[in-house]
Design a protein around this ligand. Sequence first.
Ligand code: ADP
Length: 189
Amino acid sequence: MSASPMVLIFLGPPGAGKGTQAVRLAADLGLVKISTGDILRDHVARDTELGRKAGPIMERGELVPDDLILAIIREELAAMPEVRAIFDGFPRTSGQAEALDALLAELGAPVNAALLLEVPEDELVRRMLKRAELEGRADDNETTIRRRLEVYHQQTRPLVDYYDARGVLKRIDGLGDPGQIYCRIRGAL
Ligand code: ADP
């Protein structure tokens, strides 16, 4: 069976459930999940040069510079014989989105869909504080959560219009249990 290129993007604020949904979607559609947050946390844990640069930025809830993120993405895409990917937490700035488009154009694999998980802000905060108890992520504390939400609105939210203008945006209600939300996503695709 030959698979054709497929690229999905998860948009949406921190705590929206992008990672959870991306895992399931990747398994069912045979896609590689590329989570820049997970890759960065792995670098921090291994104390690499990138990890030492990114760690303090992540702890403040700010964005890691585009050039560092794009180096990660280029490496991930280069490792794929055929582009079948779901991006979780990337792109997060217009610079990243434009660079992704250029990379994908070279590879002949345009973005098929950008999935926007919509969740009200008080629910996002509640989920992240709960995750803090379960996973102990350094950036899941109230101050950093507020900053991450601000950064989302300033730098990432404009990408909703970017993908809408390209006709690939799918808005998904992100409230409910994960199975229900997954059904909505499959219905939208
Ligand atoms: P969340 O969606 O809950 O914020 P992530 O794991 O996606 O969690 O991101 C955690 C942190 O990693 C971000 O706050 C940011 O510092 C950094 N990061 C992850 N992805 C990117 C990206 N594409 N561009 C810049 N920084 C990123």
